[in-house]
Design a binder for this molecule. Structure first.
Ligand SMILES: [Zn+2]
Length: 783
């Protein structure tokens, strides 16, 4: 019937073929069966691929369903986000377009449903039809077996019949054989007919309508499905365009909001925790970024003030100034704020766990407390809090070499060295490292200033115990120690203008416009004993090398230090140019670090300069055996000459027993006893005094600066002379040097004024002997 059907199958339907059993007939059956097997294999292959396709569609259907539900979840999360951002995103394009995505979810659910229908349709039109072909082929095998058996039976009976003797052709046995042969021939013909019919049927099924129908149905189902999908996708494409536009808008919005966020972050970084204190006086902060403060109102102002335009030095200085400002604020208001907080790695101090680092949460506050939380206790007790004592601590960069062991060299490490123990800490990145170091630096510096300016500065008001006695207690609230009064505040305010003048005076001293060590602009820190100004970074190094070498104070915050005339005079006589001529006499341009040099490079130079005296000018050799250039320098108040001895590390603390010293002791004694000779036991050979004694009785315009320089560099304030056991304060009163007496009292205090000489007299006794004290302030101090 079909033009494509094989020839063997066609001939089977010829009437002759069915009527006659012949070799041609048998060959045709074999050929037809072979054709049928091939066709069956082809049909099975087609069925298999269709089944695979169906499985893929099933899988796609379930994926589309889960895609739709994940879209739903995404949209729900996006919409709920506004709750946690307090509506910040509510008006954004991103928020609005999230709603569009629900439409996509719907469409994908529809696609998924269509695919499910497709899958079941494909199943329906294929499986039943394919099983028909299988059944026909199975039937055919049964008919083949029956045919083979009857063919064999017929052969046997026929053979028997043909062997019968011709004489016995009419016997009963022969008749029986003839009947059997007839019967088996009839059965054989019947089975042959059945086989041909089954074969025809199988061929009709396998080559005919059934597989064609299945294929046409399948293609029809697929076509209908894809047409539907196209319709759905057509609706989708308009949404896609709309959403793509939204996404572009969201991208633009994201860019601008990221830029805004970055600006905010930079702003937050530049003012750090400062921004949290709304009441903070910004004037304290602004002058610390010299050079960038000129255009605060231009449109580019945020960029100008952003940290990326700052050098490390500027940033460090700014942070430390901010810390000072915060701490002053806390000191005034009693309100403690957090200066910096975050995670640091803390190295175990247990030597058995040398390389053990634990992540701890640290917090630095404006009262100067650095605290961290210990590990969680297994028994559920609250975390233990440890406070690092910052007041007596220094900060050092890098790991302690002696304890490095076999550990790799870690980055971002610094140490807080307190008298009791060393905390070795590691920040998580460069920026955090700088922030911690700068903030802790600033805190320590400020605490030192607050605590020690009280000790070193002379008094400024009438009270004998004029130091205001304020200090920070553990909670950061200031408390008053005894008789101190609130006058200090007014004194500070009244002195503000004079103080500003002092600062500009100090800055105008030759060389003081730049840091004495690295040349950075506008140094705001001063070394009180060396008489020079340095930048914040170098001041940190000075602080590290120790107060026995350099005593660092803030030029802008330690108002009390600079209310001392002697101190200011001393600076006016020295300054960076004069002192560097001595300290850096042998330094080449290459030795000196640039303002922007790395901290380590600056530290190397500062240590070489002040600790190792690597570049110091050599002392001039004495002209003769009797020449004492140090004594002469003090006597003539030549500060540069005496500074040379400071640079040369000459001790100012020793007793001087030269002829000149003996002569001073004798002269002073004569004045003390009014020219009389109650010095009967005078033993000039044993006479000695200190350089302070000499400076205390000199009277010239620079003598207060001279005395300051000596006292700042280790000259004793209370050494007794020999043989009269008189202190420098006795000398100042005997020589009626009121200013010197006040300078000495500022350091020696009550004990010094109570000291009695060999004759049992105090300094006040001698002051009274020489007439009434005109300086009321001094009288109060002595009494
Ligand atoms: Zn410097």
């Amino acid at each position: 019937m079909s033009a494509h059907a094989p020839p063997a199958a066609t001939r089977l339907f010829h009437p002759d073929s069915i009527r006659l059993d012949s070799p041609a007939f048998r060959r045709d059956v074999q050929l037809a069966q072979a054709d049928l097997e091939k066709q069956h294999a082809a049909v099975k292959a087609f069925h298999k691929t269709i089944q695979e396709l169906q499985a893929a569609y099933d899988k796609a259907s379930s994926l589309e369903a889960s895609f739709a539900s994940s879209l739903d979840t995404f949209v729900a999360e996006t919409l709920s986000y506004k709750k946690h951002t307090h509506g910040a995103l509510e008006h954004t394009v991103g928020y609005q377009s999230a709603a569009k995505l629900t439409a996509f979810a719907e469409l994908f659910r529809e696609l998924s449903a269509h695919r499910e229908v497709l899958s079941s349709n494909m199943n329906a039109c294929l499986s039943s039809k394919m099983s028909q072909v299988d059944e026909r082929l199975a039937d055919l095998k049964d008919y083949q077996k029956a045919f083979d058996k009857s063919s064999h039976d017929y052969d046997v009976t026929r053979d028997k019949l043909l062997r019968v003797d011709a004489a016995a052709s009419t016997s009963k046995h022969t008749q029986q054989l003839e009947t059997e042969a007839e019967t088996s021939k009839t059965r054989f013909d019947g089975n042959r007919m059945a086989l041909v019919t089954a074969l025809s049927d199988a061929c009709l099924t396998a080559f005919g309508q059934t597989p064609l129908e299945a294929m046409v149905d399948t293609v029809g189902v697929l076509t209908r499905y894809h047409t539907k999908v196209l319709g759905v996708l057509g609706g989708l494409s308009s949404y896609v365009d709309e959403c793509a536009n939204h996404v572009d808008a969201v991208h633009e919005e994201y860019k601008t909001s990221m830029e805004r966020l970055q600006d905010d972050m930079m702003l937050a970084d530049s003012s750090d925790a400062l921004s949290r204190s709304a009441s903070m006086n910004l004037e304290l902060v602004e002058p610390t970024t010299p050079g960038f403060s000129t255009a605060p109102s231009t449109p580019h102002a945020p960029a100008v003030s952003s940290p990326s335009f700052e050098s490390g030095t500027q940033r460090g200085e700014r942070v430390r100034m901010e810390v000072e400002a915060r701490m002053m604020q806390t000191r005034a208001s009693g309100v403690v704020t957090t200066t910096k907080e975050g995670y640091l790695l803390k190295k175990s101090t247990n030597s058995y766990r040398a390389n053990d680092w634990k992540r701890r949460y640290f917090r630095l506050d404006s009262a100067g407390n650095l605290t961290y939380q210990g590990s969680h206790k297994a028994n559920g007790k609250p975390e233990e809090q440890t406070t690092v004592l910052l007041l007596l601590s220094t900060i050092k960069l890098g790991i302690d070499d002696s304890s490095r062991n076999a550990e790799p060299h870690r980055r971002f490490v610094f140490r807080v060295v307190s008298p009791e123990r060393t905390y070795t800490l590691q920040a998580e990145n460069e920026r955090d490292f700088s922030a911690w170091v700068d903030n802790i630096y600033g805190t320590i510096a400020t605490m030192l200033n607050l605590a020690t300016s009280v000790v070193t500065s002379p008094t400024t008001n009438a009270s004998g115990n004029a130091e205001d006695g304020r200090f920070l207690d553990d909670t950061g609230k200031h408390k008053h120690a005894g008789g101190a009064d609130d006058r200090n505040n007014t004194v500070e305010t009244d002195d503000a203008a004079a103080y500003a003048q002092t600062v500009s005076r100090l800055r105008s001293i030759p060389g003081n416009d730049v840091c004495a060590d690295c040349g950075a602009d506008e140094p705001v820190w001063a070394s009180l004993n060396l008489g020079l100004l340095v930048c914040i970074e170098c001041s940190g190094i000075h602080r590290q090398i120790g107060v026995h070498i350099s005593k660092v104070r803030s030029l802008t915050l330690d108002t009390r230090v600079w209310s001392s005339k002697g101190t200011v005079h001393m600076f006016e006589h020295i300054g960076n140019s004069v002192s560097n001529a001595l300290w850096e006499a042998n330094a080449t341009a290459r030795d000196k670090p640039a303002p922007g040099a790395a901290l380590a490079e600056k530290e190397r130079f500062v240590r070489a300069k002040y600790v190792d005296h690597a570049y110091a000018a050599a002392l001039p050799s004495p002209l003769s055996r009797f020449d004492d250039p140090l004594w002469a320098g003090v006597k003539d108040s030549k500060l540069d000459a005496v500074l040379h001895f400071v640079v040369a590390r000459t001790s100012f603390g020793d007793a001087v027993d030269t002829a000149a010293a003996a002569s001073l002791v004798r002269e002073t004694n004569q004045r003390a006893v009014g020219g009389g000779d109650d010095s009967g036991d005078g033993d000039d050979d044993a006479a000695c005094c200190s350089l302070t004694h000499l400076a205390a009785c000199i009277d010239n315009p620079s003598s207060d600066a001279m005395l300051e320089l000596l006292l700042q560099n280790g000259a004793p304030v209370d050494m007794a002379d020999k043989p009269h056991l008189r202190t420098p304060l006795h000398y100042a009163c005997i020589w009626q040097r009121d200013d010197a007496a006040k300078q000495l009292l500022a350091r020696g205090g009550r004990e010094l004024s109570a000291a009695k000489d060999k004759a049992g007299r105090t300094a006040l006794d001698y002051a009274m002997m020489h007439g009434s004290i005109t300086d009321e302030q001094l009288f109060v101090l002595l009494a």
